[in-house]
Design a protein. Structure first.
Ligand code: PHE
Length: 347
C-alpha cells in the first residue's frame, strides 16, 4: 500500500505545474484525510512484532514523498519567477545603437596637450574654479584697479551666498570677494603655496569671463596653464619647451615667434605666435596661441619663495583655441552645442 502511494506521488507530481494543483494533490496524500496519513494511523492495528519494520517503511516513504514535494515546489517557484520577469528576449525592442561613443574634441585636445608635457616631466595640478580675489589677482601681482578685476570682465559672487571651502590668503580676507576664476593662473599660486620648488606642473581647467558669446568668445571656456620653477630659469628654457610642444601638436613644419606683451604676473611677458604651411585654411599666417613669460619676482614674494634663489616661467593657453587651429574650426560655439554632425567628425 505504501509503495502504491509513493508510486502515485512519483507519477503525479511531474504533471503538476501550478501551486493550487500542487496544494490539492498534496492534501490527498498528506492532508488530515490523506492516504499517507491514513496509512500512518493504520500503525495502531499492526501487530507489535511487525511495528518496527512497518514503522521504518512508513518513515522512508514519508521522506521520499517530502523530497518530491520540495522538488516540485521549487520547480513551480522558478516558473512563477520566470512568468513575472517576462520573456528573456523582447523582440519588440528597437535594436541597440551600435554607433560607438567618442571623446569630445576638447577632451581629446586636452589629453593630447597633457600627454606632451607629461612626457617631459610635468605633473598635472588642479585647483578650484571658485576662487577668492587674492588667488586670482592679488597674489598674481594684479593691482586693484586693473581692468581684469572690473565687474565688466569678471564674474563676482556675492559673499553672503558663496558656499565654498576656498581658503583665503589676503591681508584682509573680510574685504575679499569670491570670483569664478578668470584664468588658470590661480593654480600657479596654489601649487607654489602647497609645494616646495623645484616645480614642474601643468593645469588644465575651466575658466569664466563675462564675455558676450560670439564666434570667438564664450563666457566659459578652458585653459591650460604651465609653471616651471627652478634655479636660473631663462627665456631660452621657456622658448625651448614651448617650441617642442608646438611641434608635437601642430607638426614639425611649424614656426614660432615670441612677441613682447604684458601680464602683471610675468616679466618679461610674451605672446607666442605660430605659423605653418600645412594648417589648411589657416596656413601661412601668424596666429597667436598663448601668453607666457618669466614669473615676476613679486609673485614669488607673494607665496614666500625666495626670488634670489628661484626663478621660473609660466604659460597659459586656451584649449578651445588650440583645438580650433588643429581642426580648422571657425566657431567656438560648435564645442558646446552637442550637435552630433559636429561631434561625429572627431569620434
Ligand atoms: N593667464 C593669462 C591669460 O589668461 C595667460 C598667461 C599665463 C600669461 C601664464 C602668462 C603666463 O590670458
Amino acid at each position: 500500500q505504501l509503495e502504491e502511494i509513493l508510486a502515485e506521488v512519483q507519477k503525479s507530481v511531474g504533471e503538476i505545474h501550478l501551486r493550487p494543483a500542487f496544494e490539492s494533490f498534496k492534501a490527498t496524500i498528506s492532508g488530515p484525510k490523506g492516504k499517507l496519513t491514513e496509512a500512518m494511523k493504520g500503525m495502531r492495528d499492526v501487530p507489535k512484532e511487525a511495528k518496527p519494520a512497518i514503522g521504518k517503511l512508513i518513515n522512508e516513504t514519508k521522506q521520499a514523498i517530502e523530497e518530491h514535494y520540495e522538488n516540485t515546489l521549487s520547480r513551480i517557484e522558478q516558473a512563477e519567477m520566470a512568468a513575472r520577469l517576462g520573456p528573456a528576449i523582447d523582440p519588440t525592442l528597437p535594436a541597440p545603437d551600435r554607433a560607438p561613443g567618442g571623446l569630445h574634441p576638447l577632451t581629446q585636445t586636452r589629453r593630447r596637450v597633457v600627454d606632451i608635457f607629461r612626457k617631459i616631466g610635468f605633473t598635472v595640478a588642479e585647483s578650484p574654479e571658485l576662487e577668492t580675489e587674492w588667488f586670482c589677482f592679488d597674489a598674481l601681482n594684479t593691482p586693484d584697479d586693473h581692468p581684469a578685476r572690473d565687474a565688466q570682465d569678471t564674474l563676482f559672487l556675492n559673499k553672503e551666498t558663496a558656499v565654498t571651502n576656498v581658503s583665503r590668503h589676503g591681508d584682509d580676507p573680510s574685504k575679499e570677494a569670491y570670483v569664478l576664476r578668470t584664468h588658470t593662473s590661480s593654480v600657479q599660486i596654489r601649487t607654489m603655496l602647497a609645494e616646495e620648488p623645484p616645480l614642474r606642473i601643468v593645469a588644465p581647467g575651466r575658466v569664466f569671463r563675462r564675455d558676450t558669446v560670439d564666434a570667438t568668445h564664450s563666457a566659459n571656456f578652458h585653459q591650460f596653464e604651465g609653471l616651471y620653477i627652478d634655479r636660473n630659469v631663462s627665456v631660452v628654457d621657456l622658448k625651448a619647451v614651448l617650441d617642442h610642444f608646438v611641434r608635437e601638436i601642430f607638426g614639425d613644419k611649424v614656426e614660432t615667434r615670441l612677441r613682447p606683451s604684458f601680464f602683471p604676473f610675468t616679466e618679461p611677458s610674451f605672446e607666442m605666435d605660430i605659423r605653418s604651411a600645412n594648417l589648411g585654411k589657416l596656413s601661412n599666417k601668424w596666429m597667436e596661441i598663448m601668453g607666457c613669460g618669466i614669473v615676476d619676482p613679486e609673485v614669488l614674494k607673494a607665496v614666500g619663495i625666495d626670488s634670489e634663489v628661484w626663478s621660473g616661467y609660466a604659460f597659459g593657453m586656451g584649449i578651445e583655441r588650440i583645438a580650433m587651429i588643429q581642426h580648422g574650426i571657425d566657431d567656438i560655439r560648435h564645442f558646446y552645442q552637442n550637435d552630433l554632425r559636429f561631434l561625429k567628425q572627431f569620434a
